[in-house]
Design a protein around this ligand. Structure first.
Ligand code: AMP
Length: 233
């Protein structure tokens, strides 16, 4: 005789449960998370997702490895899917800026995984590689664009991307972006964004320059700070 599964019933009735079902994400997103093998949200996901679903701005002090990509990608996908529309040629609704092509590629892979049951298109553009396939992808229509700053500016200047339809802008690894000398590029890009938008800024550290940048970009942000996973004194 099978024993009743107490664990399951406890989980189901517990208002403090910390699995993803408590976060009010759309079913197709929950299915994709299950496919990924995620069962419990990480601390940054628990703290960020509810605020982001409400449309709040966010200042995230967190490193890579904390689960920050899903923390911003899941609510973004939810909001886009909640208010669907055809992918527009060269006119994304969400822009994620990352400092390196590796990170940009990983973020785009995450969007592809988490969005696999949604009808949303994401694409990535970065330098050091042929621009033609990237232009082709943009011309096919895009909801979510992940980009490094230099290549994005080139594509904007050539008329292949317009940012006036951006609803959510995410600046990832802002401190690294500044260390790499991208501040002027970031400023040119943010100047092309609509004033009315949701903005997220993530940085592992918060020096004065980042505080200043955050002040200029964010409006009444939710602040989420996650200590590095392990630190040795
Ligand atoms: P990130 O900090 O976004 O680079 O994520 C670090 C790693 O954690 C990635 O390999 C993710 O696939 C994984 N990850 C993110 N969220 C979760 C979660 N809730 N449960 C298990 N793994 C996760």
């Amino acid at each position: 005789m099978a024993l009743p599964d107490h664990n399951n019933s406890i989980k189901k009735d517990n208002p403090y449960m910390t699995d993803f079902r408590g976060l009010e994400l759309a079913q197709p997103i929950l299915r994709a998370i299950t496919d990924e093998g995620y069962t419990t949200p990480t601390p940054i996901q628990l703290k960020s997702i509810p605020a982001l679903l409400k449309g709040r701005d966010l200042l995230g002090v967190a490193q890579t490895g904390t689960g920050k990509t899903a923390a911003f990608a899941l609510p973004l996908l939810h909001r886009l899917a909640d208010n669907p529309g055809a992918a527009r040629r060269g006119q994304p609704r969400a822009l994620i800026l990352a400092p390196t092509r590796e990170l940009a590629g990983q973020i785009n892979d995450s969007f592809t995984s988490y969005g696999r049951y949604l009808r949303l298109r994401s694409t990535v553009v970065f330098g050091g590689t042929a621009v033609r396939p990237q232009i082709r992808a943009l011309n096919q229509g895009v909801h979510v664009l992940v980009a490094t700053p230099g290549r994005l500016l080139d594509l904007m200047n050539q008329g292949h991307v317009r940012l006036d339809g951006i609803e959510t802008f995410i600046l990832d690894e802002a401190d690294r972006m500044l260390d790499m000398g991208f501040l002027p590029d970031v400023k040119r890009i943010t100047a092309a964004l609509p004033a009315r938008r949701q903005t997220l800024l993530f940085s592992a550290t918060m020096p004065k320059t980042i505080e200043k940048l955050a002040d200029s970009l964010l409006s009444d942000p939710e602040r989420v700070e996650i200590a590095p996973a392990a630190s040795t004194v």
